[in-house]
Unconditional design. Structure first.
Length: 245
């Protein structure tokens, strides 16, 4: 399914998800809905179903299990919980740049540990809008969920293996988007910066959790002000001018 998301700032973008673990539950990447105010699921036949909240999420693994407004029997994806081998074929179905239900293929380039979590490194072409897309094997079984892409490399993307999904609690009572927005987010792990994409949206994790919290506080205190942010990365300097909302 394609997820149409409106965030707390009123911005609209798309991500991807897959029906799994229950007839009214959708798996996606947590960063796709982390600041959502409204979410709709759109299926290939044009059916639209409201997503009423989040059943459970795991920020470290970038996973979220969403609650749909109604059940959709006999449409769950089949899951393969076995860790796939390097060089196995992989297929991605999602909405790159908003072109929903597009399919691309590639290989599992490697299996790596990122922040202590096993992740598939993929050669499949992945673009903004693919976040939360299911990764499939040759049998059409879901083997992972697209999480992030290395911005300064070509076809170097990462997905969370299906075996990590079992940590999500299917029976939990979902939090509405209003309740979720009122819950303070945990500080990000002090690890390498990773760019994670959805259409018209990119979330980044800082390499220092304390600095990130301080930056958030500074932004909160600067609402309405025009600011300039200088970002230095890989020997390049980028300057951003914007008004804090």
């Amino acid at each position: 399914m394609t997820l149409e998301v409106e965030n707390l700032s009123g911005e609209n973008f798309v991500g991807s998800a897959v029906l799994a673990l229950a007839d009214d539950a959708a798996l996606t990447a947590w960063h796709v809905v982390a600041d959502a105010r409204s979410v709709w699921a759109v299926f290939a036949n044009g059916q639209r179903v409201k997503v009423i909240g989040c059943i459970d999420h795991d920020g470290l693994r970038d996973l979220a299990l969403l609650k749909l407004e109604k059940r959709l029997p006999h449409r769950q994806a089949a899951l393969c919980r076995e860790l796939q081998s390097v060089a196995a074929r992989a297929y991605v179905i999602g909405a790159p740049r908003g072109y929903d239900f597009s399919i691309s293929d590639g290989l599992i380039s490697q299996i790596r540990s990122v922040d202590g979590v096993p992740q598939y490194q993929l050669s499949c072409p992945i673009s903004p809008g693919n976040s939360g897309s299911p990764i499939l094997n040759n049998r059409g079984e879901v083997i992972g969920i697209v999480s992030w892409t290395k911005a300064d490399a070509q076809n170097v993307s990462f997905a969370i293996p299906t075996g990590e999904f079992i940590r999500l609690k299917v029976a939990e009572r979902p939090l509405t988007w209003e309740q979720l927005a009122a819950t303070p987010p945990p500080a990000p792990p002090a690890k390498l910066i990773k760019s994670r994409h959805s259409t018209d949206k990119a979330l980044e994790e800082t390499a220092d959790a304390e600095s990130f919290v301080a930056f958030q506080k500074w932004l909160d205190d600067s609402v309405g002000k025009s600011v300039t942010v200088v970002v230095q990365e890989a020997g390049r300097t980028n300057i951003f001018n914007f008004t804090v909302k």
